[in-house]
Write a protein that binds this ligand. Sequence first.
Ligand code: IPD
Ligand code: CA
Ligand code: CA
Ligand code: CA
Length: 267
Amino acid sequence: MEQDTAYLYEQACNFVAEASRLLEKPLQENALIESKRNVDDLVTEMDRAVEELFRRRVTEYFPAHGIVGEESGEKAPKNGCETVWYIDPIDGTTNFVHQHHFFVISVGIYEEGHGKIGIIYDVMQQEWFSAVRGEGAWLNNKELPKRSSVKPEEAIFGLNGRWLIYGDKQQVCRNLTAKVRSTRCYGAAALEFAYVAAGRLDGYISMKLSSWDYAAGFVLLEETGCSYQTVQGGPVISFNEQGIAAAVPGLDLWLQKQLQETGIDKK
Ligand code: IPD
Ligand code: CA
Ligand code: CA
Ligand code: CA
């Protein structure tokens, strides 16, 4: 690995490890918990504390780098930053609040728009899912093999039941659920991308995700031979809020056909 990349990766892991220590204990009873856009969209003081820690560390160690984080309200990096950190301080906040399990810190580092480093750390399981472009992907330092094809009827998909309440989205979820072996909902998008890369899921679909939800996951998917597409069955050409579907090779083509045939609205 190039020296600069190795240094960036090492520091990013250090920041994640430091941040994770803030999340190991359950929330105190009087902790501040607010809901943002809906009852399933929570934010706690710990989400903000972790993001703040990353801002301090990245600014201190890499002052020229840009930062996009969920809790800061900036949806795009400042102009002129070649390297950008996409940070989800807690992915799976609802799990963090209710179960204190199945939540991760997700960090994707992009250079000139290309994914370079992805780190997804499951704090309670102490599982590090990480990848560096061109170097491979690892789970707790053990290299992850490239994924191979899985037949739809033998595939396990990550899918959140919430999408069953929306018209055209309901249709695609019902169709997929009918055709695959089974579905799971872990409630943390980044973790579900990591699970596809690591062989615990064969596909994952979500109708609305933001850059911090998928940036790290994309690097893991690419390094394990998996792919991602929009829920309209097209290429991902922007880092906007959008629906994303990920799958192992082979199954991705089948998935694309299903998505294109069902025709999901862009809204
Ligand atoms: C959410 C989780 C959830 C997904 C939502 C995300 P958050 O992230 O990943 O599984 O369905 O779309 O917003 O708010 O816990 O970081
Ligand atoms: Ca959130
Ligand atoms: Ca998230
Ligand atoms: Ca979050």
